[in-house]
Design a protein around this ligand. Sequence first.
Ligand code: DOR
Ligand code: ZN
Length: 353
Amino acid sequence: MSLQRFPGFIDVHVHLRDPGATQKEDFATGTRAAAAGGFTYVVDMPNNPTPTVSLERLAEKEKLADAKAVCGLGFHYGADGSEANLASFPEAAKHPRVFGLKIYLNHTTGEMLIEDISVLRTIFETWPAEKPVLVHAEGVQLAAALSLAHFYDKRLHVCHISQAVEVELVKAAKRKKQVVTAGVCPHHLFLTGEARETHGSQAIMKPPLGEDADKKALWSGLQDGTIDIVETDHAPHTLEEKQGDPPPFGVPGLETAVGLLWKAVHDGDLKAADVPRLLHEAPKRIFNIPDQPDTYVELDPDEPYEINPAAFQSKAKWSPFAGWTAYGKSRTVVVQGKTLVEDGAFVEGTSAK
Ligand code: DOR
Ligand code: ZN
């Protein structure tokens, strides 16, 4: 076994559910899940039951994070297009723990969908330019978001790209020198809609799983640089909720992503150097994530292990990847001098840093 040391991995797309849905996850369990999975900095999304669309809600999250988080934790601000929301943009955009503005152009968990083009236009026009606008935008909605970002000179990050046509749209925008980046989730890389037959609601998420042609296009988009980063879209729900009718959208991802990427290296779909590029260097650069001194992960990329959701730190102890062979389990994780994972196990008693 040969352990290698990597900088702490960064996930710019997680839903830690705190406050408002802490039966699913909270900042303590969510950041423990991050560290167990090799991530030392995560950025939380704003679609809480009461969305993070005001400075008050942001301050509330920051306070909870300070009390509970065991690894680096930042936030994306939310857009609802109300006057108060728009008026708060300059301040929110200056906030050192805010890394971007998230806009939902499609329906998903929460109530943040914006379909009105004039509201969308105003949001794009109003957000200050330095930090990226992130969009949940599937298919034709992505074409709309690319146009708005272009017209109003905003940096755009396309979250969880999932369809072959979306890879083509991002490629075309990049060819035209638009400042756009894209992220892909492990579930879209490794699964197709067929997983719904074997895994039922555990394979239901937004954007939905695609077809084989979509999956192939995502891999080639990753290989040719059209897709810049891997993001988990860690979206925990309780098993009971997930078994409901209709089930909520989303899957936990923090404790499977790194092992699945090393599996991709093992399978010849990625090169070893792609893993730290996609999970550290590129997200750090795109979102300007702060340095974390004395922070690292040690793992053996050739060491196989079985994905066992029962052992997750996340409250969501289930996964469509249960039983899969992944590689490179985090053996040691140190965040700013504090050892969170030792010999592959979370160090109990670790509290907020
Ligand atoms: O599957 C998803 N779940 N997609 C999203 O966009 C949101 C997420 C959630 O918050 O549950
Ligand atoms: Zn998401």
